[in-house]
Write a protein that binds this ligand. Structure first.
Ligand code: MTE
Ligand code: MO
Length: 504
């Protein structure tokens, strides 16, 4: 039994060494082709929508570490098995290992924009892993039936030393890979030209008065992030281009400098994810700077057939946007900056689309490289292929930021506060209900335009006991936020948030 455990551990060690070698090669070529990540990404793409929704709902933004961790755990179990098998017959153990890296290589190759070099990390993992397995197994001595008594071929000491060296090499390669990926991911400083069409002065929020309310402008480091990626793309802004093709008079390709040379607009916009459930965190607001989408489309000259813009990112991920909505006069843009700084890598560096009023999955392609004018009949995009709605305006919604659900607060004067949004369509009021009382009007914070959220608060003289607090927004057209519950799938959640707090 102890021997088997030793075999399994050596199998795992060989695997970790192989995976580390693959990771290092990937850092030098394309970080996304690293074996475990490539398998993870394939799992994401193959996961049925309901399961994905469940994962997002239960794990939030931890869903990805949990996924990568599970893939890694699965690989280690198989690696242990390979270690045990290898001692009986080396080819069987090595065969299992080769099968694993073949899967990883196939996963890497199946990524939409993968070239042949995507398979290199898996090959490196295979060669290093099998060599390590062979060395360790041979050192311990083969355990074949005709190999009676199977004495270890090398001393215990030699095995321990080589195992130690391999573990150290694995750590060194892992660290080196990380440093290289980091160094390659550094983004160039952006000297943002003065916007030709600047935003008006930004009004002050209520967060200074009502503690716990979301700041009126979200600090970029706190801006929610939702995408399918396990690693951030490495993009060289000097060779990056944005191509407009499909149903156009002239196909055009613009460099980043071409974009900077065009008139820039600056707008305050609130982004929201369709997966945001009632009271959820996937909504943030900031000032975006970019080139008006219609200015770009004019350069290419849109034909008469197109009804959608199919955006493609640097890795072939696709997002479809209804052409009529994107060009109806709203401030749709290809953004290059948020809150006055270059887009961070997490949010689409060097450029992304932003269309006020539509959920991010049909409007906000990050790391964009191509806009294809086409029809929904001809081409479909990543999420719409998975059953999400093609046309998805952001629904009227409000959220309580303070007090927190199930918290205990002190008796006496306090604030109930939060944010509400109905991008592009606008809202005129927010109402709060305490226990069974009448809905009362909240005080609204400043108005930064209908594409932006509103902060709100009510003063409350809290009496001891348990209380139920609910919030709803009122749209510009007079409609109140519906209490009817709908799940985020397929076109955004509805319902009213209500929370319970204890006053003591
Ligand atoms: N290339 C790419 N763009 C993408 C996504 C993605 O997975 N890949 N996710 C979209 C979704 S679902 C949302 S809600 C927004 C989120 O943008 P943020 O992460 O900057 O907040 O980006 C959109 N753009
Ligand atoms: Mo989203």
């Amino acid at each position: 039994m102890r021997k088997r455990l030793g075999d399994a551990l050596l199998g795992m060690l060989a695997t970790v060494l192989g995976v580390a070698a693959g990771h290092l090669v990937a850092a030098l070529t394309d970080p996304a082709s690293s074996p475990v990540l490539a398998v993870g990404s394939t799992v994401i793409d193959l996961t049925p929508t309901p399961l994905k929704e469940w994962a997002v709902a239960h794990f939030g933004t931890n869903d990805k570490p949990i996924l990568v961790g599970s893939v890694l755990a699965g690989v280690l179990v198989l690696a242990g098995l390979a270690g045990v098998l290898a001692r009986r017959r080396l080819v069987v153990g090595a065969g299992l290992f080769v099968l694993l890296v073949t899967l990883a290589g196939a996963a890497a190759l199946s990524r939409p924009t993968a070239g042949f070099d995507a398979v290199l990390p898996a090959v490196a993992a295979g060669v290093v892993g099998v060599a390590a397995l062979w060395w360790l197994t041979r050192s311990r001595g083969l355990d074949e039936p005709d190999h009676q008594g199977a004495q270890p071929a090398a001393s215990r000491r030699t095995i321990l030393v080589s195992a130690g060296l391999m573990a150290a090499a694995a750590v060194a390669m892992g660290v080196a890979g990380r440093q290289i990926a980091r160094a390659r991911g550094v983004i160039k400083d952006l000297v943002l030209p003065q916007a030709a069409d600047p935003a008006p002065p930004f009004p002050e929020g209520i967060e200074g008065k009502v503690a716990g309310v979301s700041p009126f402008r979200t600090p970029t480091k706190d801006f929610y992030r939702v995408d399918t990626r396990l690693t951030l793309p490495v993009i060289d802004v000097d060779s990056w281009t944005l191509t407009i093709d499909g149903d156009v008079q002239d196909e055009v390709s613009l460099s980043f400098d071409d974009l900077l040379a065009m008139p820039l607009i600056e707008r305050d916009i609130t982004l929201t994810c369709v997966s945001n459930d009632i009271g959820g965190p996937y909504v943030s607001a900031t000032r975006f700077t970019g080139v008006r989408l219609t200015d770009l489309l004019e350069r290419a000259g849109v034909g008469s057939k197109a009804d959608q813009i199919l955006s493609t990112d640097v890795d072939g991920m696709t997002i479809s946007t209804p052409l009529d909505l994107a060009t109806d006069g709203r401030d749709a843009m290809i953004a290059i900056a948020m809150d006055g700084e270059a887009l961070p890598r997490e949010h689409g560096y060097p450029a992304r689309m932003v269309v006020p009023g539509l959920y991010g999955y049909v409007s906000a392609c990050k790391w964009i490289t191509r806009m294809t004018l086409t029809t929904y009949a001809e081409k479909t995009a990543y999420w719409t292929d998975r059953g999400w709605a093609t046309d998805a305006p952001i629904k009227l919604m409000s959220r309580i930021d303070t007090p927190k659900p199930l918290s205990t607060i002190q008796t006496g004067k306090t604030f109930i506060g939060g944010v509400a949004w109905h991008q592009h369509q606008g809202l005129t009021g927010v109402q709060v209900r305490i226990d069974g009382e009448e809905w009362r009007d909240a005080t609204l914070g400043a108005d930064a335009g209908s594409d932006y959220w509103r902060q709100w608060y009510v003063e409350w003289d809290a009496k001891p006991g348990q209380h139920m607090l609910a919030v709803r927004a009122v749209a510009k057209d007079g409609e109140t936020q519906t209490a009817a519950r709908a799940t985020p799938f397929p076109d955004g959640a509805t319902g009213v948030q209500s929370i319970v707090v204890t006053v003591a």
